[in-house]
Write a protein that binds this ligand. Structure first.
Ligand SMILES: NC(=O)c1ccc[n+]([C@@H]2O[C@H](COP(=O)([O-])OP(=O)(O)OC[C@H]3O[C@@H](n4cnc5c(N)ncnc54)[C@H](OP(=O)(O)O)[C@@H]3O)[C@@H](O)[C@H]2O)c1
Length: 190
């Protein structure tokens, strides 16, 4: 279950600095779960398709543990940024930053050699990076998976409904390729 300490109240004005262009993208279960033992909980082909369509050509920012969980390392056709305090961490085809603030500053003000469209930055997780980035986000691209896994150790942060409005919501039934029903929900900061 989501721990109290995992939750944050982002309703106070000082905590809600709006940074246009920062989007969080995540697949989240009914109980807020997003991962277990540094693995994703779900393999939903349509979710992967949407993830690819949304993030290709843009900058993606992720924590070191999420980067390590990617089966083939850095994702192609995107500017990959990995957060770690470990200055010796090796992340082929990715850039390393020791702070989220530094990473966002760099990617909101410059375009890297691959000429990605750096106007938009997607925060890829995991839990710790979602928590830190939520107050800076203007948009959330969520896949809500209709499942309540008992085995989970990483959770999406609590969202204050007063801060977010749903701008798109598309429901999909489970089928032979998708074990669970799911919804694609986009939210924008009010
Ligand atoms: N469902 C989804 O959509 C989704 C998406 C992504 C990930 N996940 C899941 O989330 C879980 C991983 O989340 P997690 O919270 O354990 O790990 P994480 O956020 O991926 O990585 C944590 C690590 O990132 C570095 N880091 C984080 N914030 C930093 C900052 N501000 N400055 C510098 N370094 C920073 C630190 O690395 P160092 O220790 O090296 O300093 C920290 O230990 C996995 O289960 C994964 O599958 C789910």
């Amino acid at each position: 279950m989501q721990k109290e300490s995992d939750m944050q109240d982002i309703s106070s004005p000082s905590a809600t600095r709006k940074s246009p262009g920062v989007s969080l993208i995540a697949a989240v279960a009914n109980n807020g779960a997003i991962g277990f033992e540094n693995k994703l909980l779900y393999w939903l082909p349509n979710d992967l398709k949407r993830f690819k369509a949304l993030t290709t050509g843009h900058t993606i920012v992720m924590g070191r543990r999420t980067f390590e969980s990617l089966p083939k390392g850095a994702l192609p056709n995107r500017r990959n940024i990995v957060l770690t305090k470990n200055a010796h961490f090796i992340a082929p085809n990715a850039e390393i930053f020791p702070s989220l603030e530094g990473a966002l500053e760099a990617c909101l003000t410059s375009v890297n050699a691959e000429s990605v469209n750096s106007g938009e930055v997607f925060i890829l997780g995991g839990a710790s990076v979602y928590r830190e980035a939520l107050p800076l986000a203007s948009r959330l691209c969520l896949t809500l998976v209709d499942d309540t896994p008992e085995q989970a150790d990483a959770f999406f942060p609590w969202l204050n409904p007063a801060d977010w409005k749903v701008v798109a919501d598309k429901a999909h039934e489970a089928d032979e390729r998708h074990r669970f029903a799911y919804r694609f929900i986009d939210l924008e900061r009010r």
